[in-house]
Design a protein around this ligand. Structure first.
Ligand code: COS
Length: 384
């Protein structure tokens, strides 16, 4: 057993931490307050090869292991969760399914553009009647010669209004339920019948783009069916979420760490009743509770990434990492805000941003309740 990063991973952590401190942290409040899409930050991440981190070298990617990808997700999330979700929807939800399940032709056509940052990606499953109940998608894909005709709409899609390429989940045969679900890749600028709908105004992650997207008789070549076989979509989506959940767990850890760091600084500066806050036992207990939970959540996330790197089954530990990482984000952002008192409640300090950003980690890529179902299903013998 070895809890150390490799030399390469350690160097990567140093590099990404320094980058985030310089290029992301100073802009994070503005990104949130002014709802600025973090395009500049994403461009810089592309230049560093990070938008292609999950893509094999032969397609222009950096081909990083999952532990390294988790290091990056934690660092960017600590700096700015709006930026990290924009990045994660691309590297994890978009690139991962094409890498893991795409045909050779799909990899050749799409991965180099996603790796270089020429294309920003998104993944679209959620609909008004399909969220937790992922198999209930109503968007249809009907085969017509060498094409599929797609009709329907998707809501709450991260990067939906900005993406150049979106993997969309549709039903090719509703009577087969989840066995009739397929995933199609759409290049949004080329597709007729692709429309951008309502942009959401959110509690947190206010710099990230969350959009409705609409398909009206949108025609796609049959070569854009991910994996080339109809009915594989539900299993692919489940695989994508299993993997993505490590990222959301560690996004929670990043937010929690950012909140904790501010608390640690504040208790050493702020004086009340003639003493630094750090001298009060109540504050010491808060710090100890936060630090312990952050460390436990972090270990779960890196364990999940490590197991994925070992090519072993990881759905259960990924769900645990997401469940606990998101709870710790909520816990630490609330406590750190409490320690800051009134200062935590105003926009001059980032505490209220952390508090708002933390909430979504308990909801997207599977709610905490769904995580418990996944964990229980694995405990009871499903074993993905
Ligand atoms: N990996 C591979 N296959 C999986 C899987 C996984 N992690 N989980 C389920 N499956 C397969 C099962 O093996 C089953 O296949 P067969 O019918 O061929 O045997 C099939 O999928 C259906 O499984 P199950 O009956 O367990 O599916 P449910 O419809 O009950 O749904 C949950 C299972 C709830 C886990 C799933 O719908 C889910 O993850 N929902 C949350 C989706 C989500 O995260 N939404 C948020 C999107 S916003 S980013």
């Amino acid at each position: 057993m070895d809890f150390n990063f490799t030399k390469k991973q350690h160097l990567l952590k140093q590099t990404i931490d320094e980058f985030c401190e310089k290029e992301i942290v100073p802009y994070a409040d503005d990104i949130d307050h002014e709802q600025i899409f973090p395009e500049k930050q994403i461009k810089l991440l592309s230049k560093m090869g990070i938008m292609g981190m999950s893509i094999p070298k032969e397609y222009g990617g950096a081909e990083l292991d999952n532990v390294s990808q988790t290091i990056i997700m934690e660092a960017v999330s600590k700096a700015c969760a709006s930026t990290s979700v924009t990045m994660g929807a691309h590297t994890s939800l978009t690139c991962f399914p094409l890498v893991a399940y795409g045909t050779k032709d799909q990899k050749q056509r799409f991965l180099p553009k996603l790796a270089s940052g020429e294309y920003l990606g998104a993944f679209a499953l959620t609909e008004p009647n399909a969220g937790s109940d992922a198999s209930n998608v109503e968007t249809t894909a009907v085969k017509d010669g060498d094409e599929y005709i797609i009709n329907g709409s998707k809501i709450f899609i991260t990067n939906g209004g900005k993406a150049d390429l979106i993997n969309i989940v549709a039903t090719t045969d509703k009577s087969k339920k989840h066995h009739g679900i397929s995933i199609f890749t759409v290049e949004t600028k080329k597709a007729k019948g692709f429309e951008i709908g309502k942009k959401e105004d959110k509690l947190g992650l206010r710099g990230s783009n969350t959009n409705e997207i609409i398909f009206k008789d949108m025609r796609l070549p049959k070569e854009n069916l991910v994996g080339g076989i109809e009915g594989m979509g539900f299993k692919i989506a489940m695989g994508v979420f299993d993997s993505g959940r490590i990222g959301i767990g560690v996004q929670g850890v990043g937010i929690a760490q950012a909140a904790f760091d501010k608390a640690l600084q504040y208790v050493n500066e702020r004086e009340q009743f003639g003493r630094k806050l750090a001298k009060f036992q109540a504050m010491q207990f808060y710090l100890a509770d936060m630090a312990t939970r952050i460390e436990a959540a972090r270990l779960l996330c890196y364990k999940a990434a490590f197991i994925k790197d070992q090519k072993k089954k990881y759905a259960q530990v990924a769900a645990m990492a997401k469940l606990y990482g998101s709870e710790v984000a909520m816990y630490c952002s609330r406590l750190s805000l409490q320690i800051h008192g009134g200062y935590g409640f105003i926009k001059d300090y980032p505490l209220e941003r952390f508090y708002r950003d933390a909430k979504i980690t308990e909801i997207y890529e599977g709610t905490s309740e769904i995580m418990k179902l996944v964990i229980a299903a694995n405990l009871l013998g499903k074993g993905f």
